[in-house]
Design a protein around this ligand. Structure first.
Ligand SMILES: [Zn+2]
Ligand SMILES: [Zn+2]
Length: 222
């Protein structure tokens, strides 16, 4: 569904994916494995566009619930794939996913059931880079290469797993999924300096107005 003008959300099992619609389409995250058909059908049936109009796939971080359908989507669309430099080795398969024991277990199960094929990114992002209409903001904490994407024109921010919006409040990923809490705090302080109206979260509904205010309230709890 279209959340705000030109930005569509697709519920891709566990995590959410977003499509930024312009002359070209940009996909942000891909959800778990098995979502390729859902994304392709959305582009064809809802947007009446060709899947090869997806020219760019930006990955917010390397976790399996965000890159699960990446290999198949890249093959079908021939889109360029962008990943932050500190998460590249996990997406490309050179390093195995790290994290708490529970997370490692989930990754193992995921690999067995999904046959995830590693993907070699085309674009390696760094803090401050511009990609499409978005500024790359490096926000380590949840993973080393987690990023947010900020568009100062329409004041939208994509946060991946950094934040979720529950019962009218912003929350973090939770202690079990924050291997580097100090870095995370710094990352959130970095976001708080931006003028943000809308926040798109990886695992919850978005905030569609006055997002900076909500972020300020959340920061006080850290
Ligand atoms: Zn994650
Ligand atoms: Zn996630």
């Amino acid at each position: 569904m279209e959340v705000i003008s030109g930005i569509h959300e697709i519920d891709t099992t566990a995590a959410r994916s977003y499509l930024v619609v312009g002359d070209e389409l940009t996909l942000i995250d891909t959800g778990l494995a098995g979502n390729t058909g859902k994304i392709i059908n959305y582009v064809k049936n809802e947007l009446k566009r060709d899947p090869t109009d997806i020219k760019l796939i930006i990955i917010t971080h390397h976790h399996f619930d965000h890159i699960g359908s990446l290999d198949k989507l890249k093959k079908l669309t021939e889109a360029k794939v962008a990943v932050h430099k500190d998460d590249v080795d996990y997406v490309s398969g050179r390093k195995s996913q790290i994290g708490p024991a529970f997370f490692k277990f989930m990754v193992k199960v995921f690999k067995i059931v999904s046959h995830y094929q590693p993907v070699e990114p085309d674009i390696i992002m760094e803090d401050g880079d511009k990609i499409g209409e978005y500024q790359v903001i490096h926000t380590p904490g949840h993973t080393k290469g987690s990023i947010c994407l900020y568009n100062p024109q329409n004041k939208t921010l994509f946060v991946g797993d950094n934040l979720k919006y529950v019962n009218g409040k912003l929350e973090g990923p939770g202690a079990r999924l924050l291997p580097e809490p100090e870095k995370y705090k710094e990352s959130m302080e970095k976001l708080a300096r931006l003028d943000i109206e809308v926040i798109f979260c990886g695992h919850s509904k978005p905030i569609t107005s006055h997002a900076s205010q909500k972020l300020g309230e959340y920061l006080k709890t850290l």
